[in-house]
Design a protein around this ligand. Structure first.
Ligand SMILES: Cc1cc2nc3c(=O)[nH]c(=O)nc-3n(C[C@H](O)[C@H](O)[C@H](O)COP(=O)(O)OP(=O)(O)OC[C@H]3O[C@@H](n4cnc5c(N)ncnc54)[C@H](O)[C@@H]3O)c2cc1C
Length: 350
């Protein structure tokens, strides 16, 4: 157990979050702690409750837009550990602590010859954040392989499992981003992967770009290669990946857009259509443009980058300009993908 003395040693005051968000905006956490085991996480939550402090959890900060100092306690999740049950002849059940790095997990599964998450290679972030926005790429979403999620209740510090089907997974969304965001922290995930070959090659031109035989390793390597050629590594250029979701529109809206803009890039999405937001931004004239130390990435217009700013002001202004330009041209509202901090509603006890 973590004693009251050691909890005080865990918590620091007024710590810069610059190293804990991939946009590298320089705002402070009022209180700050790193949790590397469940006991200290539990003790930190109880401290937050006793001291009436908002508790915010950050993984790798790769889907965050920090736009001001964050009051209350910021906990960096570094819960580690992977456990594999390989006893079943068809599936492998993997339990992964929430602080494990997602891409390292993908790499590990590929080298073990387990199928299911190879298309999700090189997505930055922690395993625990993967269900929050139901990460996805190249036709695969984490919900496709997720069987359950272990959580801790911020108020009671109780730990329990939730079946994946109850998590409200949708395109870049889940209850962890919605109704549970103030109450639950993910502490582990359980994935079911396949021992037999099953590859998804129908999206993003994977099939046509494969040079040799389609194997688990070749698909993994191709995904890494394509992503590296298109997306800026946060280690080199500060960014949070796609800044906007691909907008989903009705059939009628899609038909009318297609009549006006025959080149429109879109995909069927159930009864609706998903529009390629990068294409809309590009056609609205913003691809590669720089604005006050921030900009739209030249190789992928969906990504906003921070070249030199320590505050989020310029980026927020650029976001408005891009949204305005797209709305003016297409009548389509772009929605932001990263989560903004601080979130006022996170105040505990409100
Ligand atoms: C270059 C680049 C490429 C990207 N490509 C993709 C992509 O292809 N597909 C995709 O889906 N995403 C992509 N992303 C976005 C990002 O990688 C994912 O959203 C990732 O899951 C974020 O993980 P994180 O640990 O950094 O979360 P953070 O940014 O730290 O947190 C994001 C949100 O989740 C919450 N959160 C974090 N951990 C927990 C937890 N344990 N329990 C509860 N809530 C938690 C935070 O409070 C915050 O609200 C990309 C980002 C970058 C920078």
């Amino acid at each position: 157990m973590t004693s009251p003395d050691s909890i005080d040693q865990l918590i620091q005051k007024s710590i810069s979050l610059k190293a804990f968000n991939t946009f590298r905006f320089d705002y402070e956490a009022e209180y700050f702690a790193i949790a590397d085991n469940l006991d200290s996480l539990r003790a930190l939550l109880l401290w937050g409750k006793e001291n009436d402090q908002i508790v915010t959890v950050i993984g790798s900060g790769s889907n965050l837009l920090i736009s001001g100092h964050v009051s209350g306690l910021v906990i960096i999740n570094r819960l580690m550990g992977i456990n594999a049950d390989t006893s079943n002849s068809e599936n492998v059940t993997l339990r992964v602590a929430a602080g494990e790095e997602w891409h390292k997990l993908v790499e590990y599964t590929v080298y073990q010859n387990w199928y299911g998450i190879e298309n999700l290679a090189l997505i930055p972030g922690t395993a625990g954040a993967a269900p929050v926005q139901n990460i996805g790429a190249y036709g695969v979403e984490v919900k496709d392989v997720l069987s359950k999620v272990q959580v801790i209740d911020k108020q009671t510090a109780d730990v329990f499992w939730i079946p994946a089907e109850d998590c409200g997974f949708a395109y870049r969304n889940s209850h962890f981003k919605g109704k549970w965001k103030d109450n639950l922290i993910i502490t582990a995930i359980e994935l079911k992967l396949k021992k037999q070959a099953e590859l998804e090659l129908s999206y993003g031109g994977l099939h046509s770009q494969l040079k040799g035989e389609a194997t688990l390793k070749s698909v993994f390597e191709l995904v890494c290669e394509v992503r590296e050629s298109k997306l800026p590594s946060p280690a080199k250029i500060a960014n949070a990946g796609s800044f906007f979701k691909n907008p989903i529109v009705s059939q009628e809206k899609h038909t009318s857009l297609k009549e006006q803009f025959p080149e429109l890039v879109s995909f069927a999405h159930g009864e609706q259509y998903k529009l390629a937001a990068g294409w809309l931004i590009d056609q609205a004239g913003w691809k590669g443009k720089e604005y006050l130390g921030v900009g739209v990435y030249p190789k992928q217009a969906l990504v906003l980058v921070n070249y030199s700013e320590s505050s989020a002001n310029a980026l927020l202004a650029l976001e408005e300009k891009v949204k305005h330009a797209v709305f003016e041209k297409y009548g389509v509202e772009l929605e932001r993908e990263p989560v903004e901090l601080p979130i006022p509603s996170l105040r505990q006890g409100d």
